[in-house]
Write a protein that binds this ligand. Structure first.
Ligand SMILES: [Ca+2]
Length: 302
């Protein structure tokens, strides 16, 4: 079944029909020819020298185009223990065995979940499908996006900037979420002591919907909403446990069903055990929910 989106830009109206982000070839050709990319004057792509300087300074930020490019934060190289310990009362078998993972060099992660502003810039360029909101657009996190949709966005972002934008690997995501912590949440072991958009995470949850990105406090890496607000797609396919998992934070492709991908971090709808840093859930790569969004990562040269 094809998914249809009507995109209007000035007096031009184009119907893009796609199969969950995989465009039908004939229509894709029309859409590609009509792509509206940012003007050169709107691009602020890092030079090689600037990129090297940013990579050497964890916590530094950059944004490589005015519309549609998320603000990125440089995450330091390092190592961490992935998964949850046996004494975590909410632990699932899929969160073990705990294992050391080393990140050899700095990389970048978007400060916020991808917003509707970001997404709609991709839609205007005919590279992403239109997706419905429930609670407004702008700085609200994009929702109702499948894993294939998320992949279409990072492909577009890479084409616009000429840089390697992608989804984070599952290990990169957990490293970024923990930000040096070993507790259940980046603020400690008690969910209620936190400040995030989930049921039981403290904060102003009474809205019971998504919140504008950055409403709640960041973790120690300066990343907002790593837990709660919307679940975040990562690159890796689902694995039942971490037996045989890579230890270098690379994508784990072996012995998996590529139709099922991982989402991390929990959402506004979830109770606190689901938003622990170690919590992981499998989802079919084609599903779209109002609890599902994503953030992007970027490889830093050299
Ligand atoms: Ca989130």
């Amino acid at each position: 079944m094809c998914r249809t989106s009507t995109i209007s830009q000035g007096f031009v109206a184009v119907v893009v029909t796609s199969f969950a982000g995989l465009c039908c070839p004939a229509v894709e050709a029309v859409a590609q020819s009509a792509m509206k990319q940012p003007r050169k004057s709107e691009l602020t792509v890092l030079t090689a020298r600037a990129e090297k300087a940013r990579a050497a300074k964890p916590g530094s930020t950059f944004k490589e185009c005015a519309k549609g490019c998320p603000e990125m934060v440089v995450i330091p190289a390092g190592q961490f223990t992935m998964g949850s310990p046996a004494n975590d009362p909410d632990r699932a078998d899929s969160e073990g065995p705990q294992h050391k993972v080393a990140i050899a060099k700095p990389f970048a992660v978007s400060r916020f979940e991808v917003t509707f502003d970001d997404w709609d810039a991709c839609t205007v360029a005919f590279a992403c499908a239109q997706v419905p909101d429930h609670w407004g657009r702008g700085k609200m996190p994009v929702i109702n996006v499948s894993w294939e949709d998320a992949k279409a966005y990072v492909v577009w972002l890479s084409q616009v900037t000429g840089k390697d934008y992608r989804l984070p690997t599952e290990a990169e995501w957990e490293y970024a979420a923990r930000a040096g912590t070993t507790t259940r949440y980046y603020w400690g072991d008690d969910a209620a002591a936190g400040d995030a958009n989930c049921d039981g995470c403290g904060g102003d949850w009474k809205l019971q919907q998504t919140s504008p990105v950055g409403t709640f406090k960041p973790n120690a890496f300066g990343l907002h909403d790593m837990v709660g607000n919307v679940w975040e797609w990562v690159e890796d396919p689902w694995h039942e446990t971490y037996v045989g998992a890579p230890t270098d934070a690379s994508v784990w492709l072996q012995d998996s069903d590529p139709n099922f991908r991982m989402v991390r971090g929990g959402s506004w709808r979830n109770e606190s055990e689901r938003v622990r840093s170690a919590s992981r859930v499998r989802r079919n790569r084609l599903v779209e929910f109002d609890t599902l969004g994503f953030r992007v990562a970027r490889t830093m040269a050299p």
